[in-house]
Design a protein around this ligand. Structure first.
Ligand code: SAM
Ligand code: SF4
Length: 328
């Protein structure tokens, strides 16, 4: 699949549910209304769509959400997709808040998952509870260590929040170094109504990086995952440190991905509204060939890039849908 700007689309991110057991302040409002169940694709429908994408050239699949591990019987989907590894699919990964990982780590590994991303914004129990509105850090930490024990490579994702966790990045780098995890810092993106002012949360990573460089030796790295992160190598820990900077750096020119929501909507760009309704195609009784035609025509409309702005004048989010719908 080649889009109009010559980019090969080889990476599909699938949000398997919009639900979550946490309510992170930058991601969701406290009183979220979730999708009615009939709107959500069954696990079989999701697996079928994923297989179509694999036939069309997708080599990497990431399950996300909401929280993917709160979707009932999600391991059925993971196993179905794991069976595609080596038959077109190169890698199956997952982004999770870690709260359910203690239960699922071994099964994920058995299904063929080798690497996961776990979101953790702080090492402090109090801050964790405040950021997630009611989460327990012990559960997430236990999940992270269960994943490590199961032989999964762990990357920690941390959203950089002004005045909330900006004094902790040194500790997080040291902690990740100690336990053998890579770390990725993420700027907040203006997605979804969250009942707070984004300007209060936004912390440019250019600033963070120059602060970190006072304490750590950050060696430029040409490591790329095909994703938006720019990596450096932390000489003191030997681990990678990534920066995802949608606000200060435009990474769209090398974008290789599209996103599928749990309702079967295919979004061509995280920051744009362009989409295709694959549920309608699927539920109209389309053959795999017909679904492929629908996907190809959607890819033909992938926009060049996004233009997020966090603007004090403009109170509304740049994109109305929440990150939990499209998947981070
Ligand atoms: N629940 C899982 C988790 O938290 O990892 C997967 C879904 S979550 C939407 C995926 C990632 O998006 C998380 O790392 C989260 O921190 C990040 N995220 C959510 N809302 C965001 C926002 N407005 N700006 C930047 N990152 C965001
Ligand atoms: Fe849930 Fe992940 Fe959003 Fe936090 S970031 S509310 S864990 S979906």
């Amino acid at each position: 699949m080649i889009d109009p700007f010559g980019r090969a689309i080889s990476y599909l991110r699938v949000s398997v549910t919009d639900r979550c057991d946490l309510r992170c302040v930058y991601c969701m409002a406290e009183d979220m209304t979730f999708l009615p169940r009939d709107d959500v694709l069954s696990l079989e429908e999701l697996a079928r769509l994923c297989r179509v994408f694999i036939r069309l050239g997708v080599r990497k699949l990431r399950l996300t959400g909401g929280e993917p591990l709160v979707r009932r019987n999600v391991m059925t989907l993971v196993r179905d997709l794991g069976a595609e590894i080596g038959r077109g699919l190169g890698e199956l990964t997952l982004t999770t808040n870690g709260s359910q990982l203690s239960r699922f780590a071994d099964a994920l590994r058995e299904a063929g998952v080798r690497r996961i991303n776990v979101s953790l914004d702080t090492l402090s129990a109090g801050r964790f509870a405040a950021i997630t509105r009611w989460g327990k850090i012990e559960k997430t930490l236990a999940g992270i260590f269960a994943a490590k024990a199961a032989g999964l490579m762990v990357k920690i994702n941390t959203v950089a929040l002004k005045g909330v966790n900006e004094d902790e990045f040194d500790d997080l780098i040291a902690w990740c170094g100690h336990h053998g995890f890579d770390l990725c810092l993420i700027e907040t993106m203006p997605m979804g109504e969250i009942g707070a002012d984004r300007c209060d949360q936004y912390l440019p990573l250019s600033l963070v990086r120059s602060r970190l460089a006072r304490r750590w030796t950050l060696d430029e790295s040409d490591h790329r995952t095909g994703g938006p992160a720019r990596y450096v190598s932390v000489r003191e820990t030997g681990r990678k440190l990534g920066f995802i900077t949608p606000m200060t750096h435009n990474f769209c020119e090398s974008c290789n991905r599209v996103r599928l929501t749990c309702t079967g909507t295919l979004y061509m760009c995280l920051g744009q509204e362009d989409s295709a309704d694959l549920r309608r195609v699927l539920r109209a009784g389309a053959t795999d060939q017909e679904v492929m035609v629908a996907v190809r025509s959607a890819i033909a409309h992938k926009p060049r890039g996004h233009d997020f702005v966090i603007d004090r004048q403009r109170r509304a989010p740049a994109v109305a849908r929440h990150m939990s719908l499209t998947g981070g």
